[in-house]
Write a protein that binds this ligand. Structure first.
Ligand code: FES
Ligand code: ZN
Ligand code: ZN
Length: 289
């Protein structure tokens, strides 16, 4: 099987590219993303967890930062999961050192008084909310234009199906490669530069570039629905892209999520109730310690 651009051996079926052309295609795709969504002259907070997605996005953005005049800060949240957090931090440090950037470490225990392990029941189901809250707060207080996340095409396909399995139609409004910053609501926009790239492509890029990453998932998430979904349902790259393109197109016709945002009476950040979910969770955890 030959590369579609040259005579070299292809390393991937779809797109059919050799090593060099694949790397070029991959980086160009992220460049196109930045172009399309006008991510130029921006201040970005990159959430690096040590997993392949965040490592790859951190690395590629560091290569594109001059072209797009980006100001970047890398941010790691020390969640306090034994072994896993240490290993992840080691990787995040190694990657940011190799691209010559300082790494900001947010220690959950020091800053908030608890670790993720203090949540006794299904910590992973709170983890996303906690990380989102911290990233938004830090980004808002430090005047960032966007938070950068490593979500890929496979994650998004899972998100879409999971919401359809549960008839959460309005949640589908949340799909998309970016959300806008709404300053007066204290909400910092989020961008997902790997949105149109598959897990397989990301893994391949990490391998070709010799990037270190934490190979295993969070130990608390061993039986996650997402894992089962990815194992049970297989789509081709084109099918995944078409699912996402279709939903993005359909979003125009979907009902809007009707949420009225107010500010949390404890922390002052946006919420739909009087106290935000983060503050309520934190209070509950601290009362058990
Ligand atoms: Fe964070 Fe599992 S505890 S993903
Ligand atoms: Zn080639
Ligand atoms: Zn709050």
């Amino acid at each position: 099987m030959k590369c579609q651009h040259c005579k070299k051996q292809a390393i991937l079926k779809s797109p059919r590219l050799c090593e060099d052309h694949f790397v070029e295609y991959f980086e160009r795709k992220i460049g196109k993303f930045l172009d399309k969504y006008k991510i130029k002259n921006k201040k970005l907070l990159v959430a690096i967890s040590g997993g392949k997605d965040s490592v790859v996005v951190s690395y590629v953005l560091s290569k594109l930062k001059e072209k797009f005049n980006l100001q970047i800060e890398y941010f790691f949240i020390r969640l306090g999961i034994p072994v896993f957090t240490e290993k992840s931090e080691e990787i995040a440090t190694k990657v940011t050192e190799s691209i010559n950037y300082p790494l900001t470490i947010y220690d959950l225990k020091k800053e908030e008084g608890f670790t993720i392990m203090d949540i006794k029941y299904k910590p992973c189901s709170y983890c996303g909310m906690i990380r989102r809250y911290i990233l938004n707060k830090y980004a808002f207080e430090n005047d960032f234009d966007y938070v950068v996340l490593g979500h890929n095409l496979d994650d998004e396909v899972f998100f879409i199906f999971n919401n359809m399995f549960n008839k959460n139609i309005t949640q589908l409004q949340r799909t998309g490669p970016l959300t806008q910053t709404i300053k007066d609501k204290k909400l910092v926009g989020r961008i997902k530069p790997l949105y149109f790239l598959t897990e397989q492509e990301i893994l391949l890029y990490a391998k070709l570039k010799n990037l270190p990453y934490v190979g295993c998932a969070c130990p608390n998430s061993l039986e996650s629905t997402q894992k089962k979904f990815k194992k049970d349902i297989e789509f081709s790259r084109d099918q995944k892209l078409n699912i996402v393109y279709s939903i993005l197109e359909m979003k125009k016709y979907l009902p809007e999520e009707k949420v009225e945002l107010k500010f949390c009476e404890k922390c002052g950040f946006p919420t739909t109730s009087d106290t935000c979910k983060f503050c309520r969770t934190k209070e509950k955890i601290l009362s058990t310690l």
